[in-house]
Write a protein that binds this ligand. Sequence first.
Ligand SMILES: Cc1cc2nc3c(=O)[nH]c(=O)nc-3n(C[C@H](O)[C@H](O)[C@H](O)COP(=O)(O)O)c2cc1C
Length: 241
Amino acid sequence: MEKSVTDAINYRRSVRVYKDTPIDAEKVKQCLKNAALAPTSSNLQLWEFYHVTDKETLNKLTTACLDQNAAKTAQQLVVVVANKSLWKKRAKANIGFLNKAFDKPNLEDRLVKRKKMALSYYQKLIPFLYTDILGILGFLKFLMFQIVGLFRPVYRQTRLSDMRIVAHKSAGLAQNFMISMAAIGYDTCPMEGSDTLHVKKILNISRNAEINMVISCGIRDDAGIYGPRFRVPFEDIYHSI
Ligand SMILES: Cc1cc2nc3c(=O)[nH]c(=O)nc-3n(C[C@H](O)[C@H](O)[C@H](O)COP(=O)(O)O)c2cc1C
């Protein structure tokens, strides 16, 4: 039986040594389907998941993960990729979805209005925000919004660096994956420590995409968790206003 959300969150730890026991790739894939249900900015879903089970590729990726313990004994690896350059394709997919969703006879005025607004969002606002040339347009938009922002609240995250953060922020929410794995008794370790250029070469990932993290997967060995969980006191990070 699957654990409850709270139990799964408590069970999840970063595991650095896995047992020799194989894990079911289909179950891991199902957890990735759960990951894909996480929210993403503008529902653009600027992410891709590479699920690696092939032994040779696993070995190559372990080297690219700087021979970290968390990768060495992993049964499978998942590479989460943030791919900002997919925005046009994803905006088009959203437009297609909206046209279908609102394709009903005698649509109420309120829904006609909603459809128009949603379509305009993907047809006008998203291209405006995501179109950039070497960061120059993004910077000009940023300056423009700084001026507008003197008079009213505006969206300011338009620079190339901001847009990268937006894509990574959403990809990071693939944390759903690790919780889903924990729910079925599978373990994971998110890894930032990797040579991302090598990871991209091994998996033939496009130049424009960026590695968000590599997640090792398996079943925890008794020595797989290095120590008790440490968190700073909750009061230090919690602000009730
Ligand atoms: C974005 C990110 C990158 C991380 N990179 C690594 C890594 O490269 N190697 C590693 O062993 N652990 C890595 N970790 C795991 C953290 O060290 C771990 O989450 C933290 O110590 C808390 O432990 P816990 O996950 O068991 O609660 C990473 C975690 C996150 C969220």
